[in-house]
Design a protein around this ligand. Sequence first.
Ligand code: PHE
Length: 433
Amino acid sequence: MEKNKPQWSSHLSFIIATVGSAVGLGNIWRFPYIMGKNGGAIFLLTYLLLIAFICIIPLICELAIGKIYRTDTINAFKEINPKFKWLGWLCITTVILIPCFYFVVGGWILNYIWIFISNNLPSDFSSYFTSYSSQIFMPCFLTFVFLIMTASFPYRGVNKGIEKANNIMMPLFALMLIIMAVYALTLPGAKEGLEFMFKPDFSQFSHSMVLTALGQALFTLSIGMGAIITYGSYMKEESHIVKSAYTLIFFDTLIAVIAGVMIFPIVFSFGVTPSAGASLVFIALPEIFTKLPCASFVGLIFFILLFFAAITSGISILETAISAFINNFKISRQKATVLLSIIVAVVSIPATLSFGILDGIKIADKTIFDLLDYVTSNILLPFNTLLICLLSGWCIQSLWKKIFGDNLFGYIFNIILKFIVPIILICVLIAGL
Ligand code: PHE
């Protein structure tokens, strides 16, 4: 147990850390390619509407649960009702499974940073990426390096580790992102890229696109596995739940949009199809960078930016499990960090190797890596979010009054929380399965 319950040293630090958690590979790697595959502007519009009107609800609930109960995810659910302790464990299981594929991507990023630093650029990124990711030693080694780097921050504690890392990395991240986006806008494909992003083609609208947008929204806001509950539990008393939620949504969405403004002009300038898929960032973009003036520099900035995004999210993923381990196993923060790191390292080995020697192992036609991604994002996150909403709406006595006070906003929130959001999430789950 930690003797003194940790707390953010200021409201600003809380916002920066929570934005750091939300802004990650989901914004820079996943969002552009999913938007590319789902019709561009129409997807963006749907995603924005869903975030503003639906996802805000579980986000507010998670922040409120954190702030009211001021404990880890498992104990928070136990305090709501001892019968629901298992939901806490389900969230923690989810949050342990995420880094097992997320950190594999972190390892790839480290490798790309290295090749851009050493200016040792392959002539063909497509075959390079395929051959690199199918090796045994290096990808596993770099996944571990990324894990150790990430774990070193929660190891040092909330203020000395997590807060400091975010306060340094997030502003640098924002600066690099803006430089890259401004640069991208000077490229010849800028107009086409922006039209793709902002001019909706309503014929591309489909039911499944709405569901994909919702899944992406949950992932990018770190909802559905206790990360926001954990960061919320360190909130200062004066931090306002609803305002904080809107600030978080504003920055997460802004950064996703700027990431699109950075990526699509580059993509259109060099005639790559935006629907290239998950390889957009590791194959198509580096390929394009090599054709630009100062290729190594642009590539390096891009992958460092991606690194900051990944590590600040990674920290929150680990911290969620660490705080639960500290309280439930009654061990120190340092022991909890080491224990969690060993678990993540072991499970991430098969995920890393699923691009090489283990690529033949398929469950439901998915490799181990794809399966981890699919099960967490498409099944566990919506399922946990559904339960969190139901629990918040039906089991915490007048949560809405505690958040909004006894007024019209509170009533509307309560109805949306109890009925509308659960119904929509059930639709996502059924379609996703
Ligand atoms: N929101 C992060 C991203 O967009 C991912 C994440 C998921 C972080 C779950 C914390 C918890 O990349």
